[in-house]
Design a protein around this ligand. Structure first.
Ligand code: DAT
Ligand code: MG
Length: 151
């Protein structure tokens, strides 16, 4: 489905390190379409909903402190197989296991500062997009080459 969408966020360490442009560039040059983008300071409440499956983990407190330490840039990307493809481009959760060429493999070393978030499933992506964005802030726009992926 070419209308598949996923949520990608540059976490506070990525913003502090001025990596936003390079990270956006990777998804643009791969051919995905940006349909939503904003910068915000995340609230603990939003974060607890975003990471609802992790609230009982021992690292959750550190995760909250990290994710609320500064602004994040959150985006919705659209395209064929975008959820799985962007997960591959981002690399595994622990950057120590990430290959060079992935965002985490190129820009990070530790799981507690892994630079980006990417939804991990279609259902997760739908849930997260609704959580972070209002429908009116996602744009349906025609990209000149978007039919190429259907050939
Ligand atoms: P991902 O971000 O790859 O989807 P996740 O959803 O399992 O991974 O976890 C969300 C974030 O929580 C992850 O990006 C970093 C943090 N985290 C996960 N496992 C961790 C661990 N074992 N120790 C410290 N932080 C962890
Ligand atoms: Mg996850």
């Amino acid at each position: 489905d070419v209308r598949e969408r996923t949520l990608i966020a540059v976490k506070p360490d990525g913003v502090q390190r001025r990596l936003v442009g390079q990270i956006i560039q990777r998804f643009e040059q791969r051919g995905f379409k940006l349909v939503g983008l904003k910068m915000l300071q995340v609230s603990e409440d939003l974060l607890s909903q975003h990471y609802c499956q992790l609230t009982s983990k021992p690292f959750y407190r550190n995760l909250v402190d990290y994710m609320t330490s500064g602004p994040v840039v959150v985006m919705v990307w659209e395209g064929d197989n975008v959820v799985q493809s962007t997960r591959t481009m981002v690399g595994p959760t622990n950057p120590a296991a990430a290959q060079a060429g992935t965002v985490r493999g190129d820009f990070s070393l530790h799981v507690s500062r892994n630079v980006v978030h990417a939804s991990d499933s279609l259902e997760g992506a739908q849930r997260e997009i609704q959580l972070w964005f209002q429908g009116k802030d996602l744009l349906n726009w025609d990209c000149y080459d978007q039919n190429l992926t259907m050939e």
